[in-house]
Design a protein around this ligand. Structure first.
Ligand SMILES: *Cc1c(COP(=O)(O)O)cnc(C)c1O
Length: 367
């Protein structure tokens, strides 16, 4: 055989330039049950109602799911006061981003997001052979003017997450309105509200009402965080009808599973679990922040279920803190993938987990 005959098919240009996504790690060698605080999962797990629905779904796992997600669609529309026809369901909100990218980006188009914008937006955009234009976030927060400066005639989608991961910052309702007002109506504005339920700040507002009357806004939510169903992969977007209809043409027919649909529908009605999850975060987020600041590390103000800790001291870098936490059985998230090499993102955990983090960082500060 010649060398030529051995050459396999080449992926589309650019595919192999995409850095593979590295998820939060979930194991430490030699530790049976590590504390996993690396992926912003719900420290309380899923609620009783969702678990019961998941278990009951065993009866139906030989049946294809309802491709229109009718029950969940009705429940979400009712819960948030939204029009059913304008909802897009995905295998996690990650799939909603991918579908939007696939439906709107041609090679050479671009998306705009903040410097620390969520990686999921970018990966599938690159897969569409689009460019990713990043607006500087000097204050670890997306800035309206900096985003607008990146917008050009090939920009098709602007992505903002509010609250934002990994920084924990948010954009006020006023800022979101100003961004939308300044964008051409042909550019889609995607507002990712994955952490909406954890916010307490009065100048943050959901963008559902803004989206209702706009031709170019998509607001996304997820069942992975407040509802504790990250493993089942369910998210949704609230979109203009024309966008929802476009996406529906390329969506795989059965993209959300039977068990996922049933568990998510049940989770939505479990107000007690949502309340407990929110209260746990709102109680411990400030305690973690203050305690860790007290050890001399920088903690960015966060409105999500996590904090981003910066280790500016070269003698005690983030990498050493990460190793120290690992040695105590605690897994957190290095954020080098966002080029924040001196940072660690730590999910707010249960009381015991948070105390373990505080103790470990206190000891680390004294090393
Ligand atoms: C966790 C997270 C999501 C949710 O993703 P799913 O695919 O729904 O699990 C979306 N956006 C951001 C910024 C997140 O951190």
């Amino acid at each position: 055989m010649t060398d030529d005959a051995m050459t396999g098919p080449a992926p589309k240009p650019g595919i192999l330039d995409i850095a593979p996504y590295v998820g939060g790690k979930s194991a430490i060698a030699g530790v049976a049950e590590p504390m996993k605080l690396s992926s912003n999962e719900n420290a309380l797990g899923a609620g009783e109602k969702a678990r019961a629905a998941y278990e009951a779904a065993i009866r139906n796992i030989h049946i294809y799911p309802d491709g229109r997600a009718s029950k969940l669609r009705a429940a979400v529309a009712e819960h948030h006061g939204l029009e059913e026809d304008r909802l897009i369901f995905g295998n996690g909100s990650d799939e909603v981003f991918a579908l939007l990218n696939q439906a709107y980006l041609t090679p050479g188009d671009n998306i705009v997001t903040g410097q620390y914008g969520f990686l999921a937006y970018r990966i599938s955009a690159l897969g569409c052979q689009a460019q990713v234009k990043l607006a500087p976030e000097p204050g670890y927060k997306a800035e309206v003017d900096a985003l607008l400066e990146q917008v050009d005639d090939r920009t098709r989608i602007v992505y903002v997450s509010s609250p934002s991961n990994p920084t924990g910052s948010y954009n006020t309702a006023e800022e979101i309105r100003r961004l939308h007002d300044a964008l051409p109506s042909t550019v889609l504005l995607v507002i990712d509200e994955a952490y909406a339920e954890f916010v307490a700040e009065p100048d943050w507002e959901t963008s559902f009402p803004l989206a209702r009357d706009a031709a170019n806004i998509v607001v996304t939510r997820t069942f992975s965080k407040i509802h504790g169903l990250g493993g089942l992969r369910i998210g949704f977007g609230y979109a203009p009808l024309a966008v929802a209809e476009a996406v529906d043409r390329i969506r795989l027919p059965f993209n959300v599973s039977v068990a996922g649909l049933d568990a998510a529908t049940a989770a939505l009605s479990d107000e007690a679990h949502q309340k407990a999850s929110r209260e746990l975060v709102q109680t411990w987020r400030p305690r973690l922040t203050q305690a860790i600041r007290g050890f001399g590390f920088e903690v960015l103000p966060s409105v999500g279920n996590f904090v981003l800790v910066l280790f500016p001291d070269e003698k005690r870098p983030a990498s050493a803190a990460n190793e120290y936490l690992n040695s105590k059985g605690i897994i957190v998230r290095p954020v080098g993938g966002y080029s924040i090499h001196n940072g660690l993102r730590i999910t707010v955990g249960t009381e015991d987990q948070n105390r373990a983090v505080i103790d470990a960082l206190s000891e680390f500060a004294a090393t």
